[in-house]
Design a protein around this ligand. Structure first.
Ligand SMILES: Cc1cc2nc3c(=O)[nH]c(=O)nc-3n(C[C@H](O)[C@H](O)[C@H](O)COP(=O)(O)O)c2cc1C
Length: 205
């Protein structure tokens, strides 16, 4: 595929078909992930591929996603926000549990930290996080090449998930990525149009 076509095709999808993703596609995306730039040349990243209901339920319990969501409350919470952002949150928040249950596979991306994230004082201390996200983008683009989509869910209760899934203590979770084929009625939200010339600066701001 043309490079620009793959970039355009990658979009966040939260509604999946009940259709397995071949392990060869996941392997291909992980291999391409490992070609991303990395701050210390070490690519200290690991991937956990989850497809059992038992493991998915561990993620849902850890993140307290079982609570029901009051749409009216959500609407009032975002009432003064940018309309494109509000539309995204109103679609995304109620789907957090469903997308974990319904995605045929979930890929958990784990990374080794340089400085504990909570102790970071300078941007430089977050190089490990920046590097793993370069890897995640390669991973998502590689899936898009095969019409497989994902959504980068960021867990809040990382310590609980680490304990439930036996992830070594010194590692962190960058993202939990439900992946799969797009449901026929999947909602793809409008991307906010950006006036790129206004965002470019030459020589100085
Ligand atoms: C760092 C980061 C964190 C995100 N966290 C979540 C999340 O927790 N749950 C979710 O449903 N989507 C999450 N997303 C997906 C964004 O909502 C999505 O990328 C954004 O709305 C732009 O849409 P697009 O990816 O289709 O261009 C996250 C994306 C990024 C890059």
């Amino acid at each position: 595929m043309e490079f620009r076509e793959v970039i355009k095709r990658r979009r966040t999808v939260r509604d999946f078909q009940n259709k397995e993703v071949a392990m060869a596609i996941i392997d291909y995306a992980i291999e391409n992930g490992f070609m991303a730039p990395t701050y210390n040349h070490l690519r200290d990243w690991d991937f956990i591929i989850v497809s059992s209901l038992e493991s998915k339920l561990k993620l849902i319990e850890s993140e307290n996603l079982d609570k029901s969501i009051d749409i009216k409350e959500l609407e009032s919470l975002f009432k003064n926000e940018d309309s494109i952002m509000k539309e995204m949150y109103l679609d995304a928040i109620p789907k957090q549990k469903k997308m974990i249950i319904e995605a045929p596979s979930i890929v958990i991306v784990v990374f080794k930290t340089k400085t504990k994230i909570g102790e970071a004082k300078r941007i430089y201390d977050l190089n490990c996080l920046a590097s793993v996200w370069a890897c995640i983008e390669n991973f998502l683009l590689s899936l898009a090449e095969y019409n497989v989509y994902g959504v980068t869910f960021i867990p809040q209760n990382i310590e609980t998930i680490k304990e439930k899934l036996g992830i070594p203590d010194e590692l962190e979770i960058a993202s939990i990525i439900p992946i799969g084929y797009k449901a026929d009625d999947a909602k793809i939200l409008k991307q906010k149009p950006i006036n790129i010339p206004e965002r470019k600066h030459y020589e100085k701001w």
